[in-house]
Design a protein around this ligand. Structure first.
Ligand code: MG
Length: 255
C-alpha cells in the first residue's frame, strides 16, 4: 500500500441487520473470505493449473489417487498429453478418497475413431459419490436420447446446451455438486448439480431425483452415507481424461 494511501473505515456497526442474519449490512466484524490463489484455464494445447486449495486427483503423472472399483489397482492407461485413457473391460475406476459436496474440474476427450453412434460413441461418465452420473459421450453431431447427451444428468435431465468439442479435442466439465442429506434415513435435502460444459452453463442447481439408473426411475429410497468416491465409467470406449481436481465444499452458503 503506498504511503499516501488513505486508511478508511472497514465496515459499520450501526447499520440494519440483514434479514435472517446475525450480520449487519457492511458489518465490520463479518469474517472476510479465505484467500485462494486462483489457477489457470486449459487450452487445447496447454493444461491449466488448479487453485491452490484444490486436491489434485490426476495430473498425468500417476493413477496413485485411483483404484479399480473391483478392488486393486486402476488398470487404465496413462497416455500422451498427461492424460489417462479408459482401458475397456478393466472396469470403472474410483478415487481413493471420498467426498460429499464439492467443486470438481475434469477434462475429457472423445475418441477420434468412430465405431458406432448414439450411446455407442465415446461413452463414459463421471459419478459423484459413485452414484450420481454426469454423462460423458461424444455428442458432436451424434443424435441420441436427450437425457443421455454429454453433460446430461443421465436418465433425468438433458443439459441446457450441447457445447461439445469435436472428437479428439478436449472438453471441460466444471461441476458443483451438493450432496444429498439424510436424517434418520429420511431424505431432507436432495442432491443438486451445477455444471459448466466448456464454460457454458449446462445445469443450474438442478435437483436430482436420486442415484442414477438406466431405464428405471431414480429415487432416494436407499439411504447412503455423506461421502463417496468420484467414479469414472468404463463403457468400453477409449475416452481420455486429464487435469482432474476437486475442492471439498464444507459449506455452500456464505458466512
Ligand atoms: Mg455413461
Amino acid at each position: 500500500m503506498p504511503e499516501s494511501s488513505r486508511v478508511l473505515k472497514r465496515g459499520y456497526s450501526d447499520t440494519p441487520f440483514l434479514p435472517g442474519s446475525k450480520w449487519r449490512i457492511h458489518d465490520s466484524d463479518r469474517p472476510e473470505p479465505p484467500i485462494v490463489l486462483a489457477g489457470s484455464s486449459s487450452t487445447q494445447q496447454v493444461i491449466g493449473s488448479p487453485p491452490n486449495d484444490a486436491m489434485v486427483l490426476f495430473d498425468g503423472s500417476s493413477l496413485d489417487e485411483w483404484q479399480s472399483v473391483r478392488g486393486g489397482e486402476a488398470k487404465w492407461r496413462l497416455s500422451e498429453g498427461n492424460a489417462v485413457s479408459v482401458e475397456g473391460g478393466t472396469g470403472d475406476i474410483r478415487s481413493r478418497q471420498e467426498f460429499g459436496s464439492c467443486q470438481l474440474h475434469i477434462e475429457w476427450s472423445a475418441p477420434t475413431e468412430i465405431k458406432a453412434d448414439s450411446q455407442g460413441r465415446g461413452n463414459s461418465g463421471v459419478f459423484l459419490m459413485g452414484l450420481y452420473e454426469i454423462q460423458v459421450l461424444d455428442s458432436y453431431e451424434n443424435p441420441t436420447y436427450a437425457d443421455g447427451h454429454a453433460g446430461a444428468i443421465y436418465g433425468q435431465f438433458p443439459p441446457l446446451v450441447n457445447a461439445m468439442s469435436p472428437p479428439g479435442q478436449w472438453n471441460v466439465f466444471d461441476i458443483v455438486f451438493e450432496a444429498p442429506e439424510y436424517q434418520s434415513n429420511e431424505l431432507v435435502n436432495p442432491a443438486t448439480i451445477t455444471l459448466f460444459h466448456n464454460g457454458v452453463l449446462a445445469h443450474l442447481r438442478q435437483v436430482m431425483q436420486g442415484p442414477t439408473k438406466h431405464r428405471e426411475l431414480a429415487s432416494y429410497s436407499t439411504p447412503h452415507g455423506p461421502k463417496g468416491p468420484v467414479v469414472l465409467q468404463d463403457h468400453g470406449d477409449p475416452v481420455r481424461f486429464r487435469n482432474i481436481w476437486i475442492r471439498e465444499l464444507d459449506r455452500i452458503a456464505a458466512l
